[in-house]
Design a protein around this ligand. Structure first.
Ligand SMILES: Nc1ncnc2c1ncn2[C@@H]1O[C@H](COP(=O)(O)OP(=O)(O)OP(=O)(O)O)[C@@H](O)[C@H]1O
Length: 348
């Protein structure tokens, strides 16, 4: 029998604000559990209440109602230091670091373990160095925090949270200022950290595709404030993921895991072949307004990978081979007399 117990639980938790003594609920009632070794991504549209929930779970704002426990201890009964030994948090608020260097700021993460006046032991310093290395910030450890770019500062704040070395890590939009390779690297780092150290890591993000790939579990907070949880795959296949982000004219495609940028309405084009060339051919055809299909169609394009080539055929005309996507698209746009002249322009 499993002896795993959640590191954080919430029962009937309502989060929100109080305005002129009246509660303004944002989300809830929520039943939640954060398990050791799991990376959880909190997803939802703008204004759904992700930051409000994270601040509440971090003990930085009181719940409107309900119970919050770290293991079997009520969060509200912990002192700030006890809480900081259990839970680290990085919010989106600007951090005023004065003249502190990166190393100084990351070292502050050790204070729940050393006390404010305590110097760093060798072991504390090892935690700081490991956090700098894991986040790729060692090379600017001596620089003042005030001189960093937004992305560099974001990595340093994550390093401080990692140096704190808590069982629970809460991160509000940790990828917001990072370029794509850094976003991918960060998600991979957090996933590995959760797996290797048994930490429970909860992060909010708008990086839906990355979250779907990296998260062990998704907390999906739609605008109605009713949280759905599950593996990314269960939420996608049940349609709950698409429903949370539904917008007029925007559709989530469960077969590719992406939101469609285009709404193709033009003639069908049959794609023959597979792999990367077929994938990118499909993308290009959709952008041009064609409807890519696996079934038979008057327009056909066969893809080959080595060498990269396309062979188009329209009706029974002589097939033509093309060395570039551009040439292939040009040919498909040249429509025979009995076909519509141009592919339909996608609607916004
Ligand atoms: N300090 C506050 N006082 C009152 N209402 C607030 C406060 N902060 C946020 N809200 C409101 O609470 C709701 C949820 O906001 P929150 O910032 O938690 O959403 P979010 O999901 O994090 O949004 P985003 O994805 O845009 O960052 C919003 O309607 C917001 O206007």
């Amino acid at each position: 029998m499993s002896t795993r117990i959640p590191l954080l639980t919430a029962e009937a938790l309502a989060v929100g604000y109080v305005y002129k003594k009246s509660p303004r609920p944002v989300a809830g009632p929520l039943q939640l559990a954060l398990w050791p070794g799991e990376l959880v991504c909190l997803l939802g549209p703008n204004g759904a209440g992700k930051s409000t929930l994270l601040r509440t779970l971090a003990g930085l704002q009181p719940p409107l109602s309900g119970q919050l426990h770290l293991a079997d201890t009520a969060l509200s009964s912990l002192s700030a230091t006890e809480r900081a030994r259990q839970l680290s948090v990085v919010l989106t608020d600007r951090v005023e670091a004065g003249n502190l260097t990166v190393q100084d700021l990351v070292s502050l993460g050790r204070h729940p373990h050393t006390g404010w006046l305590g110097g760093l032991s060798t072991q504390d310093d090892a935690h700081v160095q490991a956090a700098l290395a894991a986040t790729g910030t060692t090379s600017f450890a001596r620089r003042p925090v005030g001189e960093l770019s937004d992305g560099e500062r974001q990595k340093v704040l994550l390093a401080r949270a990692l140096a704190q070395d808590t069982p629970i890590v809460l991160l509000d939009e940790p990828t917001a200022h990072l370029d794509l390779p850094n976003r991918v690297a960060l998600m991979r780092l957090l996933h590995q950290l959760a797996r290797q150290t048994g930490k429970a890591i909860l992060l909010s993000t708008h990086e839906l595709d990355l979250a779907l790939q990296a998260a062990d579990r998704v907390w999906l907070l739609p605008a109605d404030g009713e949280l759905r949880t599950g593996t990314p795959e269960d939420l996608v296949l049940s349609g709950q993921f698409a429903a949370a982000f539904t917008r007029e004219g925007l559709a989530f495609d469960p077969s590719t895991g992406t939101f469609a940028l285009h709404a193709p309405t033009g003639p069908a084009v049959q794609i023959l072949g597979g792999g990367a060339v077929a994938f990118w051919t499909r993308r290009a055809l959709e952008r041009e307004g064609f409807v890519p299909t696996a079934g038979p169609a008057a327009r056909r394009v066969a893809t080959s990978a080595d060498p990269v080539l396309w062979t188009t055929q329209i009706d029974a005309e002589t097939p033509q081979t093309h060395a570039t996507m551009e040439a292939m698209l040009r040919t498909l746009r040249e429509i025979p007399a009995n076909q519509p002249r141009t592919a339909a322009v996608p609607t916004c």
